[in-house]
Design a protein around this ligand. Structure first.
Ligand code: SF4
Length: 178
């Protein structure tokens, strides 16, 4: 059961399972890598510093955070904020598929390379694919995936921040939800 899931080792160190959040009719889903410390404490996705940058960037382009669905590839915080491992991503995949099946978003923006690879199966580097569109079929659901940088990377580099904003502006601006 998702409320007490023990399907992978990430259950051992978590405080709270971080479910996706957002209205069921969202046209846009934003999918990150994994919960961090603040998300693990709050039980909500993207509430830390990276989440605040995401909120600011969405607002700047007239996209309301409360009108988009936000989730992660895995629902429990990896120890020390390491990247989730392949088996952990596979274990959590049914929950992500269930979320996306119920939302049926028109656009799925992935944040960071791990989320992009997990949804598309491609291991191409983010610098080559950021901002491009990928048609993906996920258990019978057709999705348009737009890879973007992770906001944590955008906080460290002005060039990445510019690209991050541009990809949001070009793909999400005006798509506020149903
Ligand atoms: S990361 Fe996903 S599969 Fe692993 S324990 Fe948490 S909810 Fe279950």
């Amino acid at each position: 059961m998702i409320s007490n899931c023990r399907r992978c080792r990430l259950s051992e160190g978590r405080n709270r399972i971080v479910h996706g959040q957002g209205p069921s009719g969202s046209r846009v889903a934003i999918i990150g890598e994994a919960p961090g410390a603040q998300e693990d404490a709050a039980g909500k996705p993207f509430v830390g510093r990276a989440g605040k940058l995401l909120d600011q960037s969405l607002e700047m382009h007239s996209v309301r955070r409360d009108r988009v669905f936000v989730s992660n590839i895995v629902r429990c915080r990896p120890p020390g904020n390491r990247k989730p491992k392949r088996d952990e991503i596979a274990a959590c995949r049914p929950f992500l598929i269930k979320e996306l099946s119920s939302i049926e978003p028109r656009i799925v923006m992935t944040l960071g390379g791990v989320a992009f690879t997990a949804l598309t199966g491609s291991s191409r580097p983010l610098r080559e694919v950021a901002g491009k569109r990928f048609d993906v079929e996920l258990n019978g659901i057709h999705l348009t995936v737009v890879p973007n940088y992770h906001p944590a990377a955008a906080m460290r580099s002005r060039a990445i921040r510019r690209s991050f904003e541009k990809i949001i502006a070009e793909n999400l601006s005006g798509k506020k939800g149903r």
